[in-house]
Write a protein that binds this ligand. Sequence first.
Ligand SMILES: [Zn+2]
Length: 147
Amino acid sequence: MKVLDLLCDAGHAFEGWFGSEDDYSAQCERGLVECPLCASRLVSRLPSAPRLNLSAARGSVAVAAPSATPEQHSVEALWLRAVRHVMAQTEDVGERFPDEARRIHYGEVPTRGIRGRASGEQAQALRDEGIEVQSVVLPEALKGTVQ
Ligand SMILES: [Zn+2]
């Protein structure tokens, strides 16, 4: 599997999972790669370095359309892998999520990926302040292993 950093024309950074770089090119040519945030198909590839700056708190980690070929992994398997990938790259701050997201946004602490719990109102308040928050429902299979 290849994880590529992608950017849509609206400036959303996200990750796409592909079997290979050729697989990515083929899907791109067929218009199968789209931004998970705004569904734009004008997607370009970022150099791999900015990965460090992709933080879950800014809502920049997501999954692109998986390959449609049957021998590839199922959508569910890809989703599980993507969630595990996000979890491996983010720090669980639990209930402190809204505070930590603000501190990162306002530059009080170094930018990093975090995950945690926020109520719908808390998430909305963060969005009102211009902080992008990605809501992710964890698959049942992972709940036992998290927290
Ligand atoms: Zn977008």
